[in-house]
Design a protein. Sequence first.
Length: 220
Amino acid sequence: MTVYSHNPVLKANHAFRQLPFNGKKRRPSKLRKDYWRPLALIQFPEGQGEVGRSVFQRLRECKKLHEYSWDDSLLFGETKRTLTRRERGHALNDQRANTIADMAAVLGGLGKGNRILLGDVAPPVAAALTGEESELTAMDEGKALVRATVWWADALDRNYAKKWTKNVQHELFEEAVLEPITARVTGRSVGGEAGEAQSVPAELVAEQELTNGAEQSQKL
């Protein structure tokens, strides 16, 4: 299961409303925060909250489509055997790949009224995008898109999407350092290029460190 949240730390009462009923015992009676882990965090430049809300809305709409509008692939298994209700419910709850593919599509401008898309830009105008504007936008196939940074818990998760547009930068939670909000974090991107990375919310970094510590203690 996947849920979307505006806050770095999951709020159970808000997230529980996003869980559909896909069969008996396929939906938890309540949410326990220790059972959930952050998949990714999408971060936009300062002052682009309107873009973030627009992307959030379209991701929620895509999630609803995956949960309530599906094809025959969820009716039959690999051997053309009809899936049981339990098996179908488990397949419907597994939205990890769909969620990441939706992120790539929405951050690339998918969806009517998507605020991340600034519209089609002619090549002469695209060449003139310099200075302050280039720090907020990126060009991809003639489209001006607001830049976004995706922080991943697992670097391999982004491969579920076939393509990412040029306005998206990828970072890892483990490369972020717990710093004051006004500070910057220096590290390496997923591709291995050195540079200055954007700061990630301190609450999410702290929660990720606690999760890693708990896993290590269990192994011991």
